[in-house]
Design a protein around this ligand. Structure first.
Ligand code: CAA
Length: 380
C-alpha cells in the first residue's frame, strides 16, 4: 500500500486550497445569507479546469484522477459547499455519465462544453414523489418514433437554472417498471421547460436548486443515453461516482469545521488558560480528528477503486454514509467549542453545520446508503 500522493495530486490539492482560502472565503457569508449564486467563482473554477477535471483531455477535460478530485472537493468544501456541489454534479453525474455511457456524437456535442465549464450540467432524477424510491418515476418520455415527448416534474434539482444541459430520467414504458426508464439529454432552452422558484434552503443557500416542469417537451431520440430501458441502471451507476463527490464534500465540511475549532481553541481563554488546554475540549478535538481521518480514508479508498477499474459502489456508499454522519457530528461539536461565537455567522461553523445536514440527504440519504451497503453484505 502507498499512502503518499503524487506531485500532481498535491499540486491540485494546493490549487483548490489557495482558491478556497483566498477567494471563496471573501464573500461566502454574504452569498449564503442572500442566496446569491456564485457565478464568478464557477467561471474561475472552470478556468482552473475543475469543472471537467475527470474528463479525458480528448474531450477537453483535465484528465485528472479521482484521488485528485477527492482532494480538490475537500478543500473547496472546507469553505463553500454551494460551490463544491456545482463541481460535484457537473463532474461526477453529468460529465461522467455522458463520457462513460454516451455515444461519440453525444460526447462531441454535449460533453466538451461541459468539460470546459462553458456549460453546466444538471441531473434530473428526483421527483415530488420519487426521492429515495427512485424507480417510481412519474415523469414520462413517450416514444414518438423519431423523438420523445417528455411530461412531468422534477424536484430539488441542483444547477437547474445555471445549467443548460440536463440529463433527465423518465419512464417510457410503465409496464416494464424500472426496465422501461430512459436517461435522455435535454437542452434547457427546449420549448416546454419551466422552472419553479429558487428553493430557500437551510444550508448551501447559494447553490441553485429549483423544481423543473416539462410540458410536451420534444427531444430527439438520438439524445437517449444507451439502449432503450437503460435509464435506471444508468442513474444507479452514475450515482456510485456521484457519492464519492458528496462524500468528499462532507469530508471537507467536517475537516473545515475541525480546523476552525482547533484554531479557536488555541486563541480563546477560559478559567485562566487556553480552552485547548482543558481536557474536555482537547478530547473533543481528538475525536473529531479520528472521524475526519476515517472519512478521508474511505473517500480515498473509493476513489482508488474507481481509478483502478475495480467495483466501487459499496465503497462509495460507505464513504458517503460515514462522511455525512461524521460531518454532522463534527460540525455540531465545532459549534459547541466556539460557544456563543459558534452560533453567529461570522465564525463560519454554524454555516458548516447547516451544510453538513444536506450531505445526509442528497445523492441518496444515509438510510439509502445503509440499504446499498447491507445488500452488498448479504448478497450471495
Ligand atoms: N448498478 C447497476 N445496477 C443497479 C445498481 C447499481 N449500483 N443498483 C441497482 N441496480 C439495478 C438492480 O440490479 C435492478 O436491476 P434488475 O432488476 O435488472 O436486477 C434495478 O437496478 C432495480 O434495483 P433494486 O431492485 O435494488 O431497486 P430498489 O427499488 O430496491 O432501489 C435503491 C434501489 C438503491 C434504493 C435506489 O432506488 C436508490 O439509490 N435510491 C436513492 C436515489 C438517489 O440517490 N437519489 C439522489 C438524487 S440525485 C441528487 O441528489 C443530485 C444532486 O442534485 C446533488
Amino acid at each position: 500500500m502507498n499512502f503518499e500522493f503524487t506531485e500532481e495530486q498535491i499540486m491540485i490539492q494546493q490549487a483548490a486550497r489557495d482558491y478556497a482560502q483566498r477567494e471563496l472565503i471573501t464573500d461566502v457569508i454574504e452569498r449564503d445569507a442572500k442566496g446569491i449564486f456564485p457565478e464568478h467563482h464557477i467561471k474561475n473554477l472552470a478556468n482552473l479546469g475543475f469543472l471537467g477535471m475527470l474528463v479525458d483531455p480528448k474531450y477537453d477535460g483535465g484528465g485528472m484522477d479521482t484521488i485528485s478530485y477527492v482532494l480538490a472537493m475537500e478543500e473547496i468544501s472546507k469553505v463553500d459547499s454551494s460551490v463544491a456541489v456545482v463541481m460535484s454534479v457537473n463532474n461526477s453525474l453529468v460529465c461522467y455519465g455522458i463520457e462513460k455511457y454516451g455515444n461519440e456524437a453525444q460526447r462531441e456535442k454535449f460533453l466538451k462544453p461541459l468539460a470546459r465549464g462553458e456549460k453546466i450540467g444538471a441531473f434530473l432524477l428526483s421527483e415530488p414523489e420519487a426521492g429515495s424510491d427512485a424507480t417510481s418515476q412519474r415523469t414520462t418520455a413517450e416514444d414518438k418514433g423519431d423523438h420523445y415527448l417528455i411530461n412531468g416534474t422534477k424536484n430539488w434539482i441542483t444547477n437547474a437554472n445555471c445549467g443548460s444541459t440536463y440529463i433527465v430520467i423518465a419512464q417510457t414504458d410503465p409496464a416494464k417498471g424500472h426496465k422501461g426508464i430512459n436517461a435522455i439529454i435535454v437542452e434547457k432552452n427546449t420549448p416546454g421547460i419551466s422552472l419553479g422558484p429558487h428553493e430557500d434552503k437551510m444550508g448551501m443557500r447559494s447553490s441553485d436548486t429549483h423544481s423543473v416542469m416539462f410540458t410536451d417537451v420534444k427531444v430527439p431520440k438520438e439524445n437517449r443515453i444507451g439502449e432503450d430501458g437503460f435509464g435506471f441502471k444508468f442513474a444507479m451507476k452514475t450515482l456510485e461516482g456521484g457519492r464519492i463527490g458528496i462524500a468528499s464534500q462532507a469530508l471537507g465540511i467536517a475537516s473545515g469545521a475541525m480546523e476552525r475549532a482547533i484554531q479557536y481553541s488555541k486563541e480563546r481563554k477560559a478559567f485562566g488558560k487556553l480552552i485547548s488546554q482543558h481536557q474536555g475540549i482537547a478530547f473533543k478535538l481528538s475525536d473529531m480528528a479520528v472521524k475526519v481521518e476515517n472519512a478521508r480514508n474511505l473517500c480515498l479508498k473509493a476513489a482508488w477503486l474507481k481509478d483502478n477499474g475495480k467495483p466501487y459502489g459499496t465503497a462509495s456508499a460507505m464513504a458517503k454514509y460515514y462522511a455525512a454522519e461524521i460531518a454532522m457530528q463534527v460540525t455540531t461539536e465545532a459549534v459547541q467549542i466556539h460557544g456563543g461565537y459558534g452560533y453567529v455567522k461570522e465564525y463560519h461553523v454554524e454555516r458548516l453545520m447547516r451544510e453538513a445536514k444536506l450531505t445526509q440527504i442528497y445523492e441518496g440519504t444515509s438510510e439509502i446508503q445503509q440499504i446499498v451497503i447491507s445488500r452488498a453484505l448479504l448478497e450471495d
